[in-house]
Design a protein around this ligand. Structure first.
Ligand SMILES: [Fe+2]
Length: 287
């Protein structure tokens, strides 16, 4: 297995590994450590069955079942199908084109998300990633002290949109999930590293007036997505692209909705909650 830093401020490429074969605990630990160190990983050149991919996904935590049943894959409810089919209803198009951390509108948000590329368009379809740990580290000490201990308030589609964002606000989904709270400065559950938790569901903070809370969220989300903290990756066929939701925000870029060869995109997403079983074991050993 060869791990090489990506060009840009963070991220790594993983090559010379075949995940269709059984994986040793040592190899899985190395991959998990690489994700925690590099924030995002692209594992290239895979040819996996659905069963292979789902088995791999289970190593990263407990896979979540997405709230839109028609996005699930029948035999494997852990897998969410993401396509740019021409029949996609208008209100679901470019629905991830805003900065967010996955499932942040739930009490237990997603820890790791992975996309397996089944088909990639010749042009477009990149994912933007912003490092919430680098952005936190760059804050001055006064700012860090001011936000330490604040609790962010989240609801689906709740954030004030940044320029160019299309934050999806679908009232029935928002009502279904209600309001949840997460620390504004999140400690990574495995590494303990601090990061801003500023998903597109954040709309305020406990103890702050509504306008003050919105202004703070807007200011910090603007800071977090400054160009020096942002990189991009296009998922190609055979890639597994993983990100650590406790270290990064992500945003889709606009894509053409088409069924034509060369323009189609098909991704299979798995998101997990909680820590990888191997990390829990490692933590107990280390303690
Ligand atoms: Fe997402």
């Amino acid at each position: 297995m060869i791990i090489t830093p990506m060009p840009g401020p963070f991220g790594a490429i993983v090559e010379d590994v075949d995940l269709s074969k059984p994986q040793s605990d040592d190899m899985l630990r190395a991959l998990i450590a690489a994700l925690h160190a590099h924030q995002i990983l692209a594992i290239r050149g895979q040819r996996l069955t659905d069963a292979d991919y789902v088995a791999f996904g289970h190593h990263w935590g407990e896979p979540l079942m997405f709230h839109l049943p028609n996005h699930r894959k029948d035999d494997f409810p852990e897998m969410i199908r993401i396509s740019n089919a021409a029949a996609t209803p208008e209100r679901y198009r470019d629905g991830a084109k805003f900065w967010h951390q996955d499932s942040s509108y739930e009490a237990v948000p997603a820890s790791v998300t992975m996309l397996y590329g089944a088909e990639a368009p010749a042009q477009g379809g990149e994912t933007l990633i912003a490092s919430a740990v680098l952005a936190y580290d760059a804050l001055d000490e006064d700012r860090k002290a001011r936000i330490e201990g604040l609790t962010g308030l989240h609801c689906l589609g709740g954030s004030p949109a940044l320029p160019g964002e299309k934050i999806p606000f679908i009232p029935e989904n928002t009502a279904m999930h209600g309001i949840v709270s997460h620390p504004l400065v999140m400690r990574h559950p495995v590494t303990g590293r601090k990061a801003l938790y500023l998903s597109g569901s954040a709309f305020g903070a406990e103890g702050l007036e509504q306008d003050e809370g919105r202004a703070l969220i807007n200011e910090l989300r603007t800071h977090c997505t400054r160009p020096e903290f942002v990189t991009r990756y296009k998922v190609e066929t055979g890639d597994i692209f993983l990100w650590d939701n406790f270290q990064v925000l992500h945003s889709a870029t606009p894509i053409e909705y088409s069924d034509e060869p060369g323009k189609r995109r098909l991704l299979h997403r798995i998101s997990t909650k909680g820590a990888p079983a191997l990390c829990r074991m490692a933590d107990v050993t280390a303690a």
